[in-house]
Design a protein around this ligand. Structure first.
Ligand SMILES: [Zn+2]
Length: 390
């Protein structure tokens, strides 16, 4: 059915239909869009010319000649994706169908500052392109997730607490001048939410992705798209106050969720009890090895996160909550606590069809999400129409 708006039946709309598989032939496209077959053919020619679409003969004859079948050409171009963390960056080359063609994890502590870290990211991308047998001319965009607040419109970090030297740095311009493709930047949790939202197909309109790692934060998909808030600070649940806690938090307040349930705080609690633990990964490893104190901490962290999420479930009414981050690798130990508390404290109407589960993408949520951010931008019907009309 054609929808309103000038792009309703442009080349970009046809490409969107081919991407989600609702139509494959000229006749089906004409029926779905209300366009004449000749207009459909003309637009398809343009999309084939710019390599967005490939044509193949159908084996199935519909009475007379076999109908030509058209498909989105997800392999013709690639996206570069970087998930920059506090100490490491995961880099990947993906095709437009979001298949990972090559990837690497580089040791790039974010505290080295933007030029050294982004220089390492650009070098890594060049190596990965060569490894995937692709060249810079095939790159249609670059997506980057950073471990701090980012103003999405400009792609610049805003007062990031663990990123000295990055405040206001022009990340997109710096990378674009070296990689020759448009660059989109967002904070890591938003990017991971995009990745898990893509992985949660078929479409889920209201999803919360919560990352329990060293710190705690969440990304919000509302009405099918990312909700960033007025200043990009939406989802910062790690500093919501937990009742009956006075634990000091790195933000300067006390009693924050992160200060009782974050990986760094659990590791500190174990060290105070004489057990060697440097961070969230060690806490999970100790739990897996059968350490009772670590197990108790992880379960309690699940309940604390669940208590905050219960309020969010009542407020936001998501249909899916995805739990990711290092601590989520504790699996059922943490999920059980989250579920138990959400189901006992949220309203029945809000939890009736609520799914609470571990992330599907694991460590790749960030790079897949960064690629989703780029693909959604590059393949937006308006972008395709602009390119076709130019
Ligand atoms: Zn705090």
């Amino acid at each position: 059915m054609p929808t309103n708006g000038q792009h309703a039946a442009g080349a970009g709309a046809l490409l969107a239909i081919l991407r989600d598989g609702r139509a494959r032939t000229r006749g089906e496209l004409a029926r779905l869009t209300g366009l004449s077959r000749s207009t459909v053919s003309q637009r398809l020619d343009g999309l084939i010319g710019s390599r967005w679409v490939v044509e193949s003969e159908s084996g199935i004859s519909s009475g007379g000649r076999p109908a030509a079948v058209f498909a989105f050409n997800g392999a013709a171009r690639v996206v570069l994706a970087a998930d920059v963390g506090a100490t490491r960056a995961r880099l990947a080359v993906l095709d437009l169908g979001l298949n990972v063609l090559a990837e690497q994890v580089a040791s790039l502590p974010v505290e080295l500052g933007p030029e050294r870290v982004l220089g390492g990211v650009a070098d890594g991308f060049r190596e990965l392109l060569a490894a995937a047998g692709r060249d810079a001319g095939q790159v249609c965009g670059v997506g980057v997730g950073l471990p701090g607040p980012v103003e999405h419109r400009t792609g610049r970090p805003v007062n990031p607490p663990i990123m000295p030297g990055w405040d206001g740095f022009a990340v997109p311009e710096w990378l674009r001048s070296r990689l020759g493709a448009p660059v989109l930047v967002d904070n890591d949790v938003n990017v991971m939410a995009l990745g898990e939202h893509w992985a949660a197909r078929p479409a889920v309109d209201h999803l919360i992705y919560i990352k329990i790692g060293t710190g705690i934060g969440c990304g919000i998909i509302s009405g099918g798209g990312l909700h960033r808030g007025a200043r990009g600070a939406a989802g910062d649940v790690g500093h919501i106050r937990v009742p009956a806690s006075e634990a000091p938090c790195r933000c300067g307040n006390s009693g924050c969720l992160e200060a009782v349930a974050g990986g760094a705080s659990m590791a500190a609690a174990l060290r105070a009890a004489g057990i060697e633990a440097r961070g969230s990964k060690d806490v999970v490893a100790l739990m897996r090895a059968g350490d009772l104190r670590a197990t108790r901490l992880v379960r309690q962290a699940g309940r604390e996160v669940g208590a905050v999420m219960a309020a969010i479930v009542n407020f936001f009414n998501p249909s899916v909550i995805v739990i990711g981050g290092d601590v989520a690798e504790a699996g059922e130990q943490v999920l059980a606590g989250v579920r138990e508390t959400i189901y006992s404290r949220s309203l029945p109407l809000a939890t009736q069809h609520l799914a609470i589960r571990a992330g599907a993408l694991g460590d790749r949520a960030g790079v897949v999400g960064a690629a989703v951010m780029v693909v959604e931008h590059v393949l937006a019907p308006a972008s395709i129409d602009r390119a076709a009309g130019a």
